[in-house]
Design a protein around this ligand. Structure first.
Ligand SMILES: [Zn+2]
Length: 121
């Protein structure tokens, strides 16, 4: 049986943890819900700064899709700077940035999230 423990995250929420890391590191993390919310807010701010269109869908779908879209935006940015290895050409990526249906991003997340590995450090 897997050992679990309840930890209080930095946001004040309790969460069940299964993989034991040090208690100090564990307490500095946000719970999953707060992390998703914070990541979505960060990515939404980036999207606004880059004039990306607003996404449509449920708030959960939009939060998720915003993060997936940010991966593609970073890939395009890296590709334009010649800092990618392999991966699709910009002519295929650019039109996708206009997609506003959150479902599109979620349905295609596997292919899009893989692009992160094509970005050179
Ligand atoms: Zn929380």
């Amino acid at each position: 049986m897997t050992k679990t423990r309840i930890v209080t995250r930095a946001c004040g929420h309790d969460e069940i943890e299964t993989n034991f890391i040090s208690k100090e590191i564990s307490a500095e993390k946000l719970c999953k819900d707060c992390w998703i919310k914070k990541t979505a807010e960060k990515n939404q701010a980036i999207a606004t700064a880059h004039n990306l269109p607003e996404l449509t869908g449920s708030s959960k779908q939009i939060a998720w899709a915003t993060t997936i879209r940010e991966t593609l935006r970073l890939y395009i940015e890296a590709a334009e700077a010649g800092k990618t290895t392999g991966g699709p050409g910009l002519e295929k990526c650019h039109p996708l940035m206009g997609k506003t249906d959150a479902k599109f991003w979620i349905d295609n997340r596997e292919a899009i999230l893989k692009l992160e590995k094509k970005i050179e450090d």
